[in-house]
Ligand binder design. Structure first.
Ligand code: BDP
Length: 451
């Protein structure tokens, strides 16, 4: 048993956790089935509301830059999208897909971030699409974003800025809210973009994936990514300077569709909870986990996909979803949470709270700890990402004599694909000096709400 400690400091409250922290990202191609994002797709509406009643849905990804707007009456630009060297037919977004999306957004209460095609070089078509989105979605439209990971097709920031500017001008002149730059991984782009365009934007954005799926593994995922959080701190300095929120508008464990046996197992739940709280601690407003159907994500990568049939209903639903998706299933089969969903739900319990600093001594285990003040209550989350070591964590700095309500996130093993639970697990008390001891078994997390 590893002896660890976590000393809370109630005297220096930090960042407020934005209620939209738990957010999602889907491919534009998903709208080609107007029964998916639809008000009467009750199973999916329920999953969204359960994850977060105040979330933000971002529609974009590679397929946003491969899509032409079917409702556009102007001159269609000639263009063939290319991905991984393959020539593809552009996807046509039909008005029914957008109408259904508007109904879905209303049914969930979520806000919408919508991506328009930058690669095609038609600000006119983008404006027409964005205005249609705004007409349908109203004030639930948070922002239009222009292009997806333009760093993959523009040689440098200056080239991106040059093609982006006519779009931004057209959208702003029409009174549309915009956000960006939605770069894949270029922190310098975000900073330069903020310097040039902060006043025209409602938030700043970039993406995050730890690595390519080919290089993924459970130990790699759970090892953490301190270099990335250094970049987040750089962006937050600039975001604060301009008074803009910063969102990870798309991201997940591993790109190229996620890694089977890592992105879709219990390890991803511990990773997701830790990742979100590490972002919130630094003041990041939202984390949009990318996912959706296997078909749309594989198509976004220029690959063909067909979900294998067979197995019990849980396996069948699982097969419908991209490997990193937090939600699996289909309208016909019903929807179910992936392990990651439960990790997101755990972190989302911090919504609206003010993060508190704390001194963590891990005792050598792979442990993360977060605390926050939520009204009169104090929240503490301990995440034991260690595959070998159980931990016993001595907490101090708690409200004296407080009663703590436990919830545990657990599964049989780090590579469990199902039977993940996030459930109440009794009570503990802090003593008269405000200390308490909590056991956190290996590969599990606990959340304690002290009142
Ligand atoms: C991102 C793209 C998204 C892909 C994802 C991936 O925006 O469309 O599905 O990578 O590779 O770069 O999984």
């Amino acid at each position: 048993m590893t002896q660890a400690s976590f000393a809370l400091d109630m005297t220096r409250p930090g960042r407020r956790v934005d209620p939209s922290l738990a957010s999602l990202s889907y491919e534009t191609l998903e709208l080609s089935d107007p029964t998916f994002f639809a008000a009467d797709n009750h199973g999916l509406v329920r999953m969204f509301r359960e994850m977060n009643p105040h979330g933000v849905l971002r529609i974009g990804g590679n397929t946003s830059d491969d899509t032409v707007w079917g409702g556009y009456k102007g001159k269609m630009p000639t263009y063939v999208p290319r991905r991984h060297g393959k020539l593809l037919q552009p996807h046509v977004l039909k008005p029914e897909g957008l109408q259904a999306l508007a109904g879905f957004v209303r049914a969930t209460g979520w806000k919408l971030v919508f991506g328009v095609n930058l690669r095609i070089g038609s600000p006119e078509m983008a404006l027409d699409l964005a205005q249609t989105v705004q007409k349908l979605v109203g004030d639930q439209l948070l922002a239009i974003q222009i292009g997806n990971e333009a760093n993959n097709y523009e040689p440098d920031y200056a080239a991106f800025d040059a093609v982006w500017t006519p779009y931004a001008k057209a959208l702003r002149a029409a009174g549309l809210p915009i956000a960006g730059p939605d770069t894949g991984a270029n922190t310098d782009w975000v900073i330069e973009y903020a310097r040039r365009h902060a006043k025209d934007n409602v938030f700043l954005s970039r993406h995050y994936y730890r690595e390519a799926a080919e290089n993924g593994s459970i130990p790699d995922l759970l090892a953490g990514d301190p270099g990335f959080f250094g970049e987040v701190e750089q962006i937050m300095q600039v975001a604060d300077q301009y008074g803009l929120p910063f969102r990870i508008s798309e991201g997940n464990s591993y790109y190229n569709g996620g890694r089977d046996g890592t992105s879709n197992v219990f390890a991803s739940a511990l990773w997701g909870a830790d990742f979100m709280l590490a972002l919130a601690h630094r003041g990041v407003a939202g984390m949009h986990f990318h996912g959706g159907t296997l078909l749309s994500v594989e198509t976004s990568l220029g690959r063909m996909a067909k979900a294998p049939a067979g197995g019990d209903i849980v396996a069948q639903r699982d097969a419908q979803a991209s490997r990193y998706s937090a939600i699996a299933g289909s309208r016909e089969l019903g929807f179910q949470p992936r392990p990651l969903f439960h990790g997101i739900a755990l972190a989302q319990r911090f919504a609206g709270a003010r993060m508190l600093p704390g001194q963590l001594d891990t005792g050598g285990a792979n442990l993360a700890a977060y605390a926050a003040k939520q009204g009169d209550a104090v929240l503490v989350t301990l995440i034991n990402k260690d595959a070998q070591r159980d931990a016993s964590v001595a907490l101090s700095g708690l409200p004296h004599g407080a009663k703590g309500e436990l919830m545990r996130l657990r599964a049989l093993a780090l590579d469990s694909r199902r039977d993940v639970s996030f459930a109440a697990d009794g009570h503990v008390s802090a003593d008269a000096r405000g200390t308490s001891r909590i056991a956190v078994p290996k590969a599990s997390a606990v959340r304690v709400r002290w009142a």
